[in-house]
Design a protein around this ligand. Structure first.
Ligand SMILES: Cc1cc2nc3c(=O)[nH]c(=O)nc-3n(C[C@H](O)[C@H](O)[C@H](O)COP(=O)(O)OP(=O)(O)OC[C@H]3O[C@@H](n4cnc5c(N)ncnc54)[C@H](O)[C@@H]3O)c2cc1C
Ligand code: SF4
Length: 326
C-alpha cells in the first residue's frame, strides 16, 4: 500500500477543543482508532492537511450506566463494548455487533464514534489510487460517472458499519459537539441516503457519546451478519432486531439493517407484524417487508439479489431464535 501523504496531527484535549480545531482548519478530519481512516488515506481517498486526534480526550471512552440508561463515549472501543458483561445483558444487539465488527487486532483501538462515522463502501471505491485512476475514478471521488448505476446522479456506496443498526433498535440518541455548541439527535437523523455524503454532521462537528434509554422490560435483542470472510469482514448484510413477546405472540418489534443501503436502514411498518405468533406466516411477512425496503446495489463482489435474500433470512432466523429464548 502507498505511504501516507503528509499531514499535521493536532491532539485535542477536549471535545470543544476538537470542534474549534475542525473550525479553524478547513478540511481537517477527526482520527480516533484510525482503522477506517488510515487505510483509506493510504489509498489516496482524501488528502487532509490536518488530522485532529481525539484519543487523548479525558473520559472520551467512558461507558456509564445510570438511571437514565447508558451513556457510551465516542472513544469507547469495540473491544470494551464486546467484553462488558452488564452491557451484554441489557443491550445484546450492541454487544454482539461490537464483537463481530472488524478483527481482533482492530477492536482494541477501533471506536464507537469511528464506527458510526466510517466511510461508505463500494468495490469501485475501496481500491488503490492507480486502480481507480485506470477506471477514470467515479462519481464519489474524482470522476463523473457511477460505475454501479451509470445513468444515475447519485452514489450508491453502502453503509457497512455494524454498530449503527444495533444502536437503532436500542433507540439511541447521539450527542454532538460543534464550534457553536452541543446538540442531541436520534441516531437515525445522523444519516443521509447518499453514498457520497452520508453523514448529517457540519464540518466542525464530532460525536461525543451515544445515549441509550433503559430497554423495555422483557425485550430481547440480537445482531447477525453475513460476510465473505467469517473471521473479519464488513457485512454483506447485517441485521439487528429487538422484540418482545406476550401470550405466545409478538408484542413489539424493531429491525434495522446495515450493508444494504447508503445509510443504516430502520425497517418501517413493523407494528403491523405484531399481535400474531412467530410462525412461518409471520416470518414470511417479515422477509417480504425487508425484501421490499432494502436496496442493495452492485457495490460488492456478491450480487445484490444475494444480499437482499441474506438480509431477509438473517432477520427471520434471528426473530425465530429470540422467540425461542427462555
Ligand atoms: C480489515 C478491516 C475490517 C473491518 N471490518 C469491519 C467490520 O466488519 N465492521 C465494521 O463496522 N467496521 C469494520 N472495519 C472498519 C473499522 O475498523 C471500524 O468501523 C472501526 O470501528 C472504526 O473506528 P475507528 O476509531 O478506527 O475510526 P477512524 O478510522 O479513526 O475514523 C473513521 C471515520 O470516522 C470519523 N470519526 C472518528 N471518530 C469520530 C467522532 N467521534 N465524531 C465524528 N467523526 C468521527 C473519522 O474522521 C473517519 O472519517 C474494518 C476495517 C478493516 C481495516
Ligand atoms: S456506487 Fe458508484 S459513485 Fe459510489 S463509490 Fe461505487 S462506483 Fe463510485
Amino acid at each position: 500500500m502507498p505511504t501516507l501523504a503528509p499531514f499535521t496531527l493536532h491532539r485535542a484535549t477536549s471535545a470543544t477543543h476538537a470542534a474549534a480545531l475542525l473550525a479553524r482548519l478547513p478540511g481537517a478530519r477527526i482520527v480516533a482508532g484510525g482503522t477506517d481512516l488510515v487505510p483509506n488515506l493510504r489509498r489516496g481517498i482524501g488528502q487532509p492537511a490536518a488530522l485532529v486526534d481525539v484519543s487523548s480526550i479525558a473520559d472520551f471512552d467512558a461507558i456509564v450506566r445510570d438511571g437514565d440508561g447508558w451513556r457510551i463515549g465516542a472513544g469507547a472501543t469495540l473491544a470494551a463494548l464486546a467484553s462488558d458483561a452488564a452491557l451484554a445483558r441489557e443491550l445484546p444487539a450492541l454487544a454482539q455487533a461490537a464483537a463481530s465488527a472488524a478483527g481482533p487486532g482492530h477492536r482494541p483501538v477501533a471506536t464507537l464514534g469511528g464506527n458510526l462515522c466510517l466511510d461508505t463502501r463500494c468495490v469501485f471505491y475501496n481500491q488503490s489510487d492507480w486502480w481507480r485512476r485506470s477506471n477514470d475514478y467515479c462519481l464519489k471521488l474524482g470522476g463523473s460517472t457511477c460505475h454501479v448505476a451509470p445513468q444515475g446522479e447519485r452514489c450508491h456506496a453502502a453503509f457497512s458499519g455494524d454498530l449503527a443498526p444495533a444502536l437503532l433498535v436500542h433507540e439511541a440518541q447521539i450527542e454532538v459537539v460543534g464550534a457553536n455548541g452541543a446538540r442531541c439527535l436520534p441516531l437515525a437523523d445522523l444519516y443521509l441516503d447518499d453514498g457520497a455524503r452520508h453523514l448529517a454532521l457540519a464540518p466542525d462537528e464530532l460525536i461525543v457519546a451515544a445515549r441509550i434509554p433503559p430497554q423495555p422490560a422483557g425485550a430481547r435483542s440480537g445482531y447477525r451478519k453475513a460476510r465473505v470472510r467469517g473471521a473479519m469482514d464488513f457485512p454483506l448484510a447485517g441485521v439487528a432486531l429487538r422484540a418482545s413477546f406476550a401470550d405466545g405472540k409478538l408484542a413489539t418489534l424493531r429491525v434495522a439493517l446495515s450493508g444494504t443501503n447508503s445509510r443504516p436502514l430502520p425497517l418501517a411498518d413493523t407494528d403491523a407484524l405484531c399481535g400474531t405468533p412467530v410462525d412461518d406466516a409471520l416470518l414470511a411477512a417479515l422477509g417480504k417487508r425487508i425484501g421490499k425496503q432494502v436496496s442493495p446495489m452492485r457495490t460488492t463482489v456478491t450480487s445484490s439479489h444475494y444480499r437482499r435474500q441474506v438480509a431477509m433470512v438473517l432477520a427471520q432466523r434471528l426473530l425465530r431464535d429470540l422467540a425461542a429464548e427462555r
